[in-house]
Design a protein around this ligand. Sequence first.
Ligand code: PHE
Length: 453
Amino acid sequence: MSSKQNHAQWSSRMGFILAAVGSAVGLGNIWKFPYMVGESGGAVFVLVYLLCIALIGFPILVAEWMIGRRGQKNPMDSYSAVAASEGKSTSWGFIGMVGILGAFIILSFYSVIGGWALNYMTKIAGGQFSGLDSDAVEAVFNTMLASPSTLTIWHTVFMLITGIIVALGVTNGIERAAKVLIPLLGVLLLVIVGYNLMNGGFGEAVTYLFSPDLTKLTGEGSSDIVLSALGHAFFTLSLGMGIMIAYGSYLGNDVSLLSMARTVVILDTVIALAAGLAIFPIIFSNGMDPAAGPGLIFVSLPIAFGSMSAGLVLGTLFFLLITFAALTSSISLIEPSIEFLEERTPMSRTMSVIVASIAIWLLGVAALLSFNVWSDVMIMGNNIFDFLDKLTSKFMLPIAGLAATIFVGWVMNQDSVRSELGLSGGSWTLWQIIAKFVAPIGVIIVFINTLLN
Ligand code: PHE
């Protein structure tokens, strides 16, 4: 969002909801959520994730919007302005900086995956998966990963589209398209779920997703499950990067933050769970490994499309929609860097887009090389791709999110928070318990646990 000229646009409720949902719904829901469930052993992860969304993600989303709406500026300056008006230190603005960096890093690997989706769209449209068995489909995926040039080409295309959209201005086209395409994505997910109902593995998938084995929360690796779930709650709601603060700054005072947040959180969660029901039945009925990692949707969905009668059309459309969902998120990820360059250097907006895109693209190339020629390059025990992912999801986002709840729960004047949220009596007490204690303490406990393990 370029600051000034967009102010008017988001003041329409619909525009704001679309922008926020567009940012939240993306690869996090369809690509990342299912494979994290698979890597973390199924329903326990889902359970912890849902708790993190409700008790931590929801209040922080409201907190970030509130900071933006009060500050009416970019994330860094919004923090400083609100802190100053409360008589507190303006060094709170530093948290905005963590967000800018986090978004920069996330986009680098996000674009690589966006490139996979584009590549798969062309593969499916070209009939490459028709009639293939699961081994052959996996082989197609592994061939793509092994080729630095293929990965680079599609990563470049995705980054180019992102840069062009942002340079041209985000509002009209994207908003209007999102209104049609996000619901269409939901419908197509349901079509795949329907296909799964008739093709086996469904019961197993439901058990896998919704019947948690709570003993997994006490054993080894349990803190990792909780930390991953928390990190993903931030990632999927686009929290901890200043993005929701920026969106809040375009928001009029007549809008209820709580009901908006409810809409965004419910839509985001429903799409992630639907993605789970679209993917795991295929995994189980084909005897594949749910813990396959980042390739999960790319080895499961082509099998379904390859054997459906309308698979060519549906599959192409589906990967087109994933790409679109990824683009409405990637434009929100690049914006903080651009805004920063625009405001802090003499560069024009277009020049800022070019410079930011190239820098992000370069980091993305380093990330994609970790699937092939740089697979041995390790940073603290992780390859480059995993390192960037973990650094942001497990550390940077939660820290910035923690700061947002502490700010709204403890630094800001509570009477004004109450009247802004329009709460009274029991519901205000509940909000206070969650915003002041549950959310921040939850994040802190998870952190201490990681540090000790
Ligand atoms: N929330 C987006 C998704 O789930 C990813 C994203 C993260 C977008 C952070 C913006 C900021 O795909």
